[in-house]
Design a protein around this ligand. Sequence first.
Ligand code: PLP
Length: 353
Amino acid sequence: MIRVQPRASVALMEGYHSPQLDVEVRLNTNESPVPPPPGFTEAVAKAASEVAWHRYPDRACTELRARIGELHGVGPEQVFVANGSNEVLQTLSLTYGGPGRSVAVFEPTYALHAHIARLTGTDVAEGERAEDFSLDLAEVRRVLGEARPAITYLCSPNNPTGMVETRATVEEVLTLAPGLLVVDEAYGQFAPWSALELVDEDTPLVVTQTFSKTWSMAAARLGYLVGPSWVVAELEKVVLPYHLDAFKQAAGIAAVGFRREMEQRVAQLNEERGRLESALSDLPCDVWPSGANFVLFRPRTVEGGDVWRQLVDRSILVRNCSSWPRLDGCLRVTVGTRDEDDRLLAALGEILR
Ligand SMILES: *Cc1c(COP(=O)(O)O)cnc(C)c1O
């Protein structure tokens, strides 16, 4: 049998992995620990019964974009929607990246920024963050000056560190970036400020957000960006026709009606994050300050990968970053319910003592 080979860059790739084990306490993928409110599920059931299933959906996603725009005080022409913010990132890369172009990322950060760039034939210029994982502006200046990237990625709060970029930092990077600045705010609602306030028609800045984390809708795969209308118009040319199905558009419209409930869940999770951070700090662990719904920590008395396995033995799953570059021995834990976090903390207490 002859196997047909994909192009070399794909053949050499490892793909993106996030192991899913069958455990009782799942704190590894930064989902919401609780579902959306019951009223949402009812609204979605009603919407499903009203979909014209024999017709293609509204290709422009007009109402959904208008409703998301209202959340952020912009018109629909400044909103692009897709199947998860990962598809938003892919569309950005297809539109502004490609052969002969590059993107800049500052590691450690969200692995998919570089991964999606490579899949679209775009070069990746990797900069290093400072020792404490904060952004090093001298390094940003160096990398952007050398690579002249078409896209510069920031992630705030940054996955996997949880750290938030300040407004001053984002403004400084804007002055340095020769192309488009993309601020990935998958966890934006958990943070004290949002780069959305810097978006306008004359600034080459887009901010991506998602329904997966704060809206308790990871199953739906819905994400978006807010940016200048001239960026949105280019993205619309690139994305597949009818990429967002009618049912998902309806689910997104229904979700936006439960904004207050979303904000309440975010406030509760932020409070619980504070409790988790301080309890982790009381254990023999280094803990990074988080503005997201997860916390990065490094156990000091037992090697991180070993801690991860002992947690799995106790039916608790966290993200094992211990062998990732620059994250030696680190683990990332999603803020769960109080009960889930108590189980994690009790287990860590046993393992680290
Ligand atoms: C989870 C995550 C995403 C992906 O979100 P989807 O909308 O589910 O595709 C994007 N960026 C970062 C930093 C994330 O952590």
